[in-house]
Design a binder for this molecule. Structure first.
Ligand SMILES: N[C@@H](CCC(=O)N[C@@H](CS)C(=O)NCC(=O)O)C(=O)O
Length: 226
């Protein structure tokens, strides 16, 4: 039996969605983030030393990293490329190259500056006392304006223009790339950062409308990015 070690409001939502798209039987073990630090509880390190979610176990196999989990689940359990269903692209095709590219892009290129922004926003909010806050905000503003801001904007423009010509990230069909890209994009929509990105907004709406996605929401409990 597959077990998903699921942290609330996290990348693990991707895997819930994939498990539903693949129509698999699985159980969910839920972990709650610490209310102050937002970190995962230490009990997750009993499953994998880094204690980050998602993690799955399947018999005596343990896998961390959402991209690796997506590749494992699709490689092991995907049955057929039926219309409207999640497709496992054939190796050596352009669709497969696109699938692999976006699978890696999500965590390798897009997430790092988004996480940096999240951390810097926290510095801005939490810095104390007052005079430290003024200096901290100046440093954060500088880092955002000169480095992370332009990188995030460039990435968002790039994704937006890709989605102008492709209904799904690898082309015509839903693939694991869409599962992987869903988390950063739905977080961007939920935070109100996509007013000027209609294609990204529509992509997230299309994802949220899928019955597999809705079933995943039912299994995982409250998720702030819908
Ligand atoms: N690149 C990893 C990132 C895993 C990760 O950072 N997960 C976050 C949740 S979105 C986490 O567990 N945070 C809690 C913590 O670091 O304690 C993946 O894609 O699985």
């Amino acid at each position: 039996m597959i077990t998903l070690h699921h942290l609330n409001n996290s990348r693990s939502q991707r895997i819930l969605w994939l498990l539903e798209e693949l129509n698999l039987e699985y159980q969910v073990k839920t972990y709650q983030r610490d209310k102050v630090t937002n970190l995962a509880p230490n009990t997750l390190t009993l499953i994998h030393p880094l204690g980050k979610s998602p993690i799955i176990t399947d018999g005596d196999i343990t896998i961390a990293e959402s991209g690796a989990i997506i590749e494992y689940l699709i490689g092991t359990y995907h049955k057929e490329n039926a219309p409207g269903q999640l497709v496992d692209p054939e190796r050596g095709t352009e669709v497969h190259r696109q699938y692999t590219y976006w699978l890696h892009f999500a965590e390798g290129t897009l997430m790092p500056p988004l996480v940096a922004k999240l951390v810097l926003d926290k510095v801005r909010t939490n810095a104390k006392p007052f005079f430290v806050k003024i200096i901290a905000n100046k440093i954060v503003d500088k880092l955002m304006a000169s480095y992370y801001g332009p990188i995030i904007a460039k990435n968002m423009d790039y994704i937006e223009s890709h989605l102008a010509n492709n209904p799904w990230f690898a082309g015509e069909y839903l693939t694991g790339a869409d599962i992987q890209m869903s988390f950063p994009l739905e977080a961007a929509v939920a935070r109100g950062n996509t007013q000027n990105f209609p294609n990204i907004t529509q992509f997230v709406e299309k994802v949220h409308a899928r019955s597999g996605y809705q079933a995943a929401l039912g299994k995982g409990g409250k998720y702030d990015y819908v």
